[in-house]
Ligand binder design. Structure first.
Ligand code: ZN
Length: 123
């Protein structure tokens, strides 16, 4: 991939990294927030548990996104960005525009998902 294109994707990824890092921090803060505000009602208590659980799961998802973005930035540095990790062919740039962290081209992604038996494409 041309250097200018790589820098274009690097900027997108760095922007996403900043954004999602903030989400992770916010999620962690919510998950660990002191929710003991004196309300001892059991319904409210379980609602708090649910909220904490949601915050925790969102934090996990965001952490995974941050890891994916990190790896994509690493691939830019290594010069392997935009190359399918499975077949070695260049990934369509329109696909990278839609999902800058893509590790596989569309054909390989579909094949991997089919092999895993997933019925919901994660792109
Ligand atoms: Zn491929």
């Amino acid at each position: 991939m041309e250097k200018e294109r790589l820098e274009h994707f690097r900027k997108i990824l760095q922007g996403q990294l900043r954004e999602h890092s903030e989400h992770v921090r916010a999620g962690q803060a919510a998950a660990t927030a002191d929710t003991d505000d004196g309300v001892k009602d059991s319904v409210d208590m379980s609602l708090q548990d649910v909220n904490r659980e949601i915050a925790f799961r969102m934090g996990e998802r965001e952490s995974q996104l941050v890891a994916d973005i990190d790896q994509a930035l690493l691939r830019i540095d290594e010069g392997t960005y935009g190359i399918c990790a499975r077949c070695g062919k260049p990934i369509d740039e329109r696909r990278l525009e839609a999902m800058p962290t893509a590790r596989y081209d569309a054909a390989c992604q579909a094949a991997i998902e089919a092999a895993q038996g997933l019925d919901t494409p994660t792109l």
